[in-house]
Write a protein that binds this ligand. Structure first.
Ligand code: ADP
Length: 192
């Protein structure tokens, strides 16, 4: 199996590039943000809970997120592998993911970490707000909060995978195609 963690700050292009990776390698896409948004739209209990955190730019609690992710993996039953987009976002989530994947006889192959500087992120998110309708994209104060949460709680997850020799940095500035090429090259370097 090829199991990829596609990592990066909000607005780094994870969603866009996930689509390219899925198409090329036949992976199953698991985006925790998308799953939460689907639950909000469907007015589920999980959606109601998640919305209160997401609208403020906070993380949904680990226990809720980890349980949901496990259930989604078991439900999807992929043979080729997964692309984890927006997960893990804390070291506790990373540890839980390692344990869970081991329990089903697989593991993370590599983490691809998209790197984009902060001003560019803010511009991209405000631009995305014009089409996404996402309340967490539209307000500069919420964007600041999401970036602060990323720096404080999520960026340390890179060290978690670096310690396992699985981290590859990808320059996230350039055309969408440029960045896709860099990602493919990184996957090929490990996927032997
Ligand atoms: P982005 O990467 O653009 O910030 P996402 O769609 O990945 O957007 O996430 C949107 C929001 O969903 C996050 O700000 C957070 O509130 C919640 N969320 C998504 N994934 C997780 C996660 N793994 N743990 C906790 N909260 C999450």
């Amino acid at each position: 199996m090829l199991n990829i963690v596609l990592f990066g700050p909000p607005g780094a292009g994870k969603g866009t590039q996930s689509e390219r990776l899925i198409e090329k390698y036949g992976l199953t896409h698991l985006s925790t943000g998308d799953i939460f948004r689907a639950n909000i739209k469907g007015e589920t209990e999980l959606g109601q809970l998640a919305k209160s955190y997401m609208d403020q730019g906070h993380l949904v609690p680990d226990s809720v997120t980890i349980d949901m992710l496990r259930a989604e993996v078991l439900k999807s039953n992929s043979s080729k592998g997964y692309i984890f987009d927006g997960f893990p976002r804390t070291n506790a989530q990373a540890t839980a993911l390692d344990d869970f994947l081991a329990s089903i006889g697989t593991q993370i192959t590599l983490m691809l970490a998209l790197e984009v500087e902060e001003n560019e992120l803010k511009n991209r998110l405000l631009k995305r707000a014009e089409v996404s309708g996402r309340p967490d994209d539209a307000d500069p104060a919420i964007i600041e909060n999401r970036i602060a949460v990323y720096n404080r709680e999520t960026a340390p997850v890179k060290s978690f995978y670096q310690a396992q020799n699985k981290l590859i940095f990808i320059d996230g500035i350039g055309t969408i195609d440029n960045i896709t090429d860099r990602l493919f090259e990184a996957v090929e370097s490990r996927n032997t």
